[in-house]
Ligand binder design. Structure first.
Ligand code: NI
Length: 397
């Protein structure tokens, strides 16, 4: 009997370890970021609009190639020598008016999963957002062949604990709070300051508005092309820049600022911040904000953790530096180059009031994203959405 019990415990231990491993693995190859394919770019995407794909069956990120360490575009972390020591800390902005931000549950590797029945209107992105996980994790946990094809009633395994009540989509502020612009540190350029508070994935109160966000740049011609399209269409966006890129491309940051876009912090060397010690996290943030300030004259008050890998500790350090965590609720998975049509479909089709849409201008060949942008803007505006920056989205919520 004793033998039987300990065997059972050992098996349970294995299962738990396996689950954690799978989730940790999923995190590392998550949506965001640095182009996962270490191989030389096979063929540049056709410069023209991708041929309409019969069925947008986004090539799933290959589960056999975990995301490699940052490749060519982001050089190895080079701790800048001129950066002030981590002891230079901005006073944490005491915020008497913390707005009712969407609550975010710590996303450390979950020790368990629960079952969720897909409801009408759900997308994998919205489910991932609701339960603070990622599309990639859900795809892996449920062995989903096509992330665009989930059906109502389908039962999905979701990491974490089941919510006490069937969660409404996103905790929406019920009382229309009088918009009290919280006085904080000066924000970048003409962007409204983002008040301190919890993680932002979507701002449901921002009716009729969505935000396009671009990660991992600035990145040469891709960023230039994106800026040109945004200019032409009179649309403002938010750029989560990587410090190593920002330090070398100050002119791009100036162009972003002058065009009215928001510039935000996406770490210095694009590591998984949750795996760094406090000093390392602080340095990643500070060095990047320093580079942004050198180029534009102001420091960002929002950041996005690479791979979406955040926890309370990372958020606390960011808050001490006057920054708030911004994730996303619409994941185009554009980094995996699923085809221009698939990127457009996800960005336009999954958007809701206050959505934050994840795209990339850096980390690899972003031609598909460049090609998709015009149609994304047309599609979203066709649905009646106004495209704003993240700080503007937060201010409107
Ligand atoms: Ni990134």
């Amino acid at each position: 009997m004793h033998v039987g019990r300990s065997t059972g415990l050992a098996i349970a231990g294995l299962i738990t370890a396996g689950t954690v491993g799978a989730v940790a693995y999923a995190l590392t190859r998550n949506e965001d970021e640095l182009d996962p394919s270490p191989v030389p770019e096979p063929l540049p995407a056709p410069p023209t609009t991708a041929p309409s794909m019969p069925t947008p069956t986004p090539t799933r990120p290959s589960t056999t190639t975990p995301e490699p360490p940052p490749t060519t575009t982001v050089p190895a972390p080079t701790p800048p020598s001129t950066v002030p020591s981590p002891t230079v800390v901005e006073p944490p902005p005491p915020s008497p008016t913390v707005p009712p931000a969407p609550v975010d549950v710590p996303s450390d590797p979950p020790a368990r999963t629960f079952e969720y029945a897909v409801q009408g209107g759900d997308t994998l992105s919205s489910i991932a957002r609701r339960f603070d996980t990622t599309v990639a994790t859900l795809v892996q946990l449920n062995d989903i062949a096509d992330p665009d094809r989930i059906r109502v009633g389908q039962r999905l395994r979701v990491p974490g604990r089941a919510p006490a009540t069937p969660a409404p989509t996103t905790p929406a502020p019920t009382t229309p709070a009088p918009s009290t612009p919280a006085p904080t540190t000066p924000s970048s350029g003409s962007q409204p300051a983002v008040p301190a508070g919890g993680t932002i994935s979507r701002v449901p109160g921002a009716r009729g508005k969505v935000a396009l966000t671009f990660d991992d740049g600035p990145n040469g011609a891709y960023t230039d092309a994106i800026l040109a399209t945004l200019d032409r269409r009179g649309v403002d966006a938010t750029f989560f820049v990587v410090g190593t890129q920002a330090a070398r491309n100050g002119a791009s940051l100036v162009r972003m600022r002058d065009a009215g876009h928001a510039i935000a912090n996406h770490s210095w060397s694009h590591p998984q911040l949750t795996s760094l010690d406090d000093g390392g996290v602080r340095r990643e943030f500070t060095d990047t904000s320093d580079a942004i300030e050198r180029a534009t004259g102001s420091r960002p008050d929002i950041f996005r953790p690479p791979y979406g890998a955040r926890n309370d500790r990372v958020d606390r350090i960011a808050a001490e530096l006057g920054m708030r965590d911004v994730l996303w609720d619409v994941d185009t998975v554009d980094w995996s180059r699923p085809g221009t049509a698939a990127i457009v479909d996800t960005a336009v089709g999954d958007a809701r009031d206050g959505s934050v849409i994840l795209l990339h201008d850096g980390g690899g060949d972003r031609q598909q994203t460049v090609d998709a942008l015009e149609r994304i803007i047309t599609g979203l505006e066709g649905r009646g959405f106004e495209l704003v920056t993240v700080p503007e989205l937060v201010a409107a919520g």
